[in-house]
Design a protein around this ligand. Structure first.
Ligand SMILES: [Zn+2]
Ligand SMILES: [Zn+2]
Length: 171
């Protein structure tokens, strides 16, 4: 049908009606598609997403509005990010809540001994006396190299008074 037919008077009512119906149909499909997209971002269960999409399709225009009343308030992405944040916060709390391995009394990271059962928790720096973590090679407070408590192989052989050659493994 030529475009000029719309401008003619009296107008072609059939054409106008068809254009109106087409417009409403496109709007209906668009709102149904929006319902599907929004549901997919908010609902984890694919069955419920399908149900929401069916609602948007089955009840034109009213379905999406009903869906908006009952949809979950948050996006799945936000829920996921928040759960990660909570997990990280819990981990930080666990790190703050240090316990003596023997009597489970609460201890601080600066304690050398457990004040309740006197278990040694950390070694002290030989120079400044600050507590040292087990993996530290140097004292972060005074830059003194850490002397580890466990003896090396050289220390053992020297203590036994063995000459260097005898330390080697037999062939
Ligand atoms: Zn203790
Ligand atoms: Zn030190």
């Amino acid at each position: 049908m030529p475009l000029g037919a719309i401008l003619d008077w009296p107008p072609d009512w059939t054409l106008l009606r068809n254009v109106g119906i087409g417009f409403v149909a496109v709007l209906w499909l668009a709102t149904a598609f929006w319902t599907f997209k929004d549901a997919r971002r908010r609902i984890g269960n694919p069955l419920l997403v399908a149900l929401a999409t069916l609602l948007g399709l089955g009840l034109p225009f009213v379905g999406p509005i009903i869906y908006m009343f009952f949809r979950p308030p948050e996006y799945l992405q936000d829920v996921h990010e928040r759960s990660l944040e909570i997990k990280a916060m819990e981990q930080r709390l666990v790190q703050l809540d240090q316990r003596c391995p023997v009597c489970h009394a609460r201890v601080e990271s600066t304690y050398l001994l457990c004040p309740v059962c006197t278990t040694r928790l950390k070694a002290a720096c030989s120079s400044c006396g600050q507590p040292l973590d087990a993996l530290w090679q140097v004292c972060p407070h005074c830059a003194t190299p850490v002397q580890h408590v466990l003896p090396t192989l050289e220390d053992v052989s020297r203590a036994r008074g063995l000459p260097q050659q005898q330390r080697q493994l037999p062939e």
